[in-house]
Design a protein around this ligand. Structure first.
Ligand code: CA
Ligand code: CA
Ligand code: CA
Length: 269
């Protein structure tokens, strides 16, 4: 079944087929990926083909996006499962004025630098938090992607990736939630590196740190964009800085009246 057929099903009766593919579980403003002046749309279908996953690109135009996707993005080797679990227009990572795209899987994030010719079928690189097979759990690395932001003020947007179930498992076993990890891959004239340059720190008792990530702009007025990371029961603010963002939170807000079970912080935007 192709992505085009997925959309055809939207007009018919096979809702189950769409539901099973997970089409629409993630959607994002891709920015202007091909530089034609129209914003472009990306949609994930992470359950497609037994959770191999798929992402679909719809280019904008004078009458809005086409009803059929122009490009199907399939997971490359070593991208992990559930490709499209997270999709995000991550701004301009390599400074060529074309918006770039990140597609997250369980265990890797595929990076596509925008191209005027729309030749985006193959990612430019797949980033990981650690060397694949390095023995450190990265079960959920890539399942959360931050909105675009330039945290170090060098003019390149930076890639922010969450792995909320990574790290030490709460209760000592998988399934109880992880302490969570968040990584920053700074943009540059050559794009991002295959491994993160920064790992953000959080309080030791945090559960699912990185379950939500957003760059709300410059919240403290110092001219540098800042980062907000949600966890179950709290959110943390990391101020942007020249050379690299704050690695420890500058501000932490816990839900004053409720515990983590109320999911305070599970969504920030
Ligand atoms: Ca466009
Ligand atoms: Ca770019
Ligand atoms: Ca930057």
């Amino acid at each position: 079944m192709s992505g085009v057929e997925l959309l055809t099903y939207l007009d018919g009766s096979s809702y189950t087929a769409i539901s099973a593919s997970g089409y629409g579980m993630s959607v994002a403003n891709g920015g202007d990926i091909d530089g034609d002046g129209y914003g472009d749309l990306v949609v994930g279908a992470p359950r497609f083909n037994c959770e191999t996953g798929l992402a679909l690109l719809y280019f904008g135009g004078p009458r809005g996006p086409n009803t059929h996707p122009e490009i199907e993005l399939h997971p490359p080797t070593a991208s992990g499962s559930d490709f499209g679990q997270a999709v995000m227009g991550v701004g301009d990572l390599n400074g060529d004025r074309l918006s770039d795209l990140a597609i997250g899987s369980y265990g890797g994030v595929s990076i596509y630098y925008g191209r005027a010719d729309r030749g985006l079928e193959t990612p430019d690189l797949v980033v990981h938090s650690v060397d694949p097979g390095g023995g450190i759990p990265e079960l959920a690395f890539g399942t959360v992607l931050g909105t675009p932001g330039d945290l170090n003020g060098d003019g390149y947007e930076d890639l922010i990736v969450g792995g909320p179930e990574d790290g030490v498992f709460v209760g000592g076993e998988p399934g109880g939630g992880g302490s969570g990890r968040v990584y920053v891959f700074p943009g540059s004239s050559t794009g991002v590196s295959a491994r993160p340059l920064f790992e953000l720190q959080k309080a030791s008792d945090t559960v699912d740190f990185g379950i939500s990530i957003t760059c709300p702009g410059d919240v403290d007025g110092d001219g540098l964009e800042d980062l907000v990371v949600g966890a179950f029961g709290s959110f943390n603010l990391f101020r942007g800085r020249r050379g690299g963002p704050s690695l420890a939170p500058d501000y932490e807000q816990a839900d004053p009246d409720h515990g983590p079970e109320d999911n305070f912080g599970a969504y920030v935007n």
